[in-house]
Design a protein around this ligand. Sequence first.
Ligand code: FAD
Length: 260
Amino acid sequence: MLSVETYPTLVEASQAMTDRSRFLAGGTLVMRAVNYGDQSFDRIVRARQVDRDIRAESGGLRIEAGATMADVLASRDAALLHVVAARIGGPAVRNMATVGGNLFAPNPYGEFTTALLALDAQVIGVNGQATPIESFLSGRAHHRGLIAAVTVPRITEGDFRFLKVTRIKPKGVAIMTLAAHLRRGDTRLAFGNMGPTPLRAKSAERALNNATLDERGIAQALEVCCQDLQPGDDALASTWYRREVAPVHLKRLLLNGGRR
Ligand SMILES: Cc1cc2nc3c(=O)[nH]c(=O)nc-3n(C[C@H](O)[C@H](O)[C@H](O)COP(=O)(O)OP(=O)(O)OC[C@H]3O[C@@H](n4cnc5c(N)ncnc54)[C@H](O)[C@@H]3O)c2cc1C
């Protein structure tokens, strides 16, 4: 029997979370799971006060977990992330889908989280504790408690690249997602749907550090592109296909900003 519990604040809702609970944010995944008869949870936890604020801070940007993709698109402060939010679902999904929920979205979803990984975001718990997104993702399966916000360091807009690879445009599900923060000496490159969670392609990152962004400069990065990734086989694409096409899409991302 499924129970629904509503708490006044996110902190109280967080305290009520157990392994058999799901937090209802936008509900785009939770309600679908309910409709499909998912037996892995029997409690839905809600909070009355949900913060959707997005604001620039001295070090960058803070996005409250309850902000939807539509909120991101409406925020001038979050202009850097418009290219990402715009590629998530259709308008109805974007009106509901939250940034907090995206952190937990399984494959083939989680594009926003892939971008946050490339941007070296911090995940902020309800107690205010900040966790680097990479550590958060590696422990995500056992994560307890609710997320209050994410913070994104300030970056130069032209240094960020994003590419969602789909068979059906514009709303298809991602075969893979690529996001890069191209910083001389400290490049971060993240792939979505190329492992159990979004993953960094660290060998390719090292090859890109101090490389020029031309055919010769990126050749080594393309060579080692999949070394740190664990692409799976699913109805969208095989492991073999994903490994074959990942360098092709990485090349597009690096040389044309993702355009074909
Ligand atoms: C038709 C359709 C199309 C979609 N297209 C895309 C797409 O293109 N790209 C994409 O990335 N996703 C897509 N999704 C998946 C989903 O809409 C998004 O990933 C969305 O961001 C999930 O957020 P939500 O608020 O709806 O999560 P919910 O369904 O409310 O929750 C999802 C999970 O996150 C947990 N959770 C939510 N908020 C918090 C929090 N603050 N703290 C801790 N845990 C929390 C819940 O416990 C639950 O396990 C699609 C879904 C549908 C139904």
